[in-house]
Design a protein. Structure first.
Length: 277
């Protein structure tokens, strides 16, 4: 049975937890601000209240959006940890500033505002760093002529620089593809997929797997850092691309890939492999 399209939101309870943690942090910080308003009603400056509530609301909003994303639980957990680290780091910094000020006789007009703002800002800073660390490896270096080699280190094949491009594959010898009875639009989609080295690697691995079934972990076995980058690319770029043209079934919740291409595609795949050689 075909699974839900990867572009749609598919989240289970465990995957939602990561976003809920961030939203909960925002709610707790906003509650602290509101409680502080009642305790120090005469000394709370209105712009101070607005700033702190805005920062907390940003955390709640981002946390909610993450609960609606298709990111897996492990990825969201890394973002949660980064958010908490930011809170702790700036919280310790705020405490250090306040203690130093008291010991040295410095005057801080509102130490409560300083502590609350720095802790909330630390949570936002950690959130930004966590998300940046997640999406950063997906962007190739434009100055690197082998921009895909590191991210696809699990690919055992060293592809030569003279490999046919997308446009070259569309000019395959007519005699080799005349016997493949598929609509021209489908043929164009297949050729576009086969022009992508990562797509060919996934398809080759899936064809060789028992019953055509394998996991993302099996596709990314290798060096840990490069595997993380490759896994992110597979989950958000390569596997959805293969799903769109109905060559695989992919369940993002379990990370399972099932080869589901028709015999006509296998014939074209063999033709392309011969042409590339």
């Amino acid at each position: 049975m075909r699974v839900t399209h990867p572009d749609l939101t598919v989240t289970d309870g465990e995957s939602r937890t990561g976003g809920r943690v961030i939203a909960l942090i925002g709610l707790l910080l906003s509650m602290v601000v509101i409680i502080d308003l009642f305790l120090r009603a005469e000394s709370v400056w209105f712009p101070e209240f607005i700033i702190e509530m805005t920062l907390s609301a940003m955390l709640v909003f981002v946390g909610y959006r993450l609960t609606r994303s298709d990111l897996d639980a492990t990825t969201l957990r890394r973002v949660d940890v980064s958010c908490l680290k930011g809170m702790v780091a700036l919280g310790i910094f705020a405490a250090g500033v306040i203690v130093t000020a008291k010991v040295s006789g410095w005057h801080i007009a509102n130490p409560y505002f300083l502590a609350q703002t720095l802790v909330t800002s630390g949570a936002l800073l950690g959130l930004v760093v966590g998300i940046a660390g997640l999406v950063g490896p997906l962007r190739p270096d434009p100055g690197d002529s082998r921009d895909e080699s590191d991210a696809s280190s699990a690919d055992p094949e060293e592809v030569p620089s003279t490999e046919p491009t997308d446009s070259a594959l569309t000019r395959l010898p007519t005699a080799d593809v005349d016997d493949i009875d598929v609509p021209s639009g489908v043929m164009d989609d297949w050729l576009d997929v086969l022009a992508d080295r990562r797509c060919r690697y996934v398809l080759r691995m899936a064809m060789d797997a028992p019953d055509g079934v394998l996991t993302v972990e099996e596709l990314t076995s290798g060096d840990e850092l490069r595997s993380m980058s490759l896994e992110a690319n597979l989950r958000h770029v390569t596997l959805p691309k293969l799903w769109d043209v109905h060559l695989i079934d992919y369940d993002d919740r379990t990370g399972t890939v099932r080869y589901d291409a028709p015999p006509a595609f296998e014939t074209l795949f063999e033709v392309v492999e011969r042409y590339r050689q």
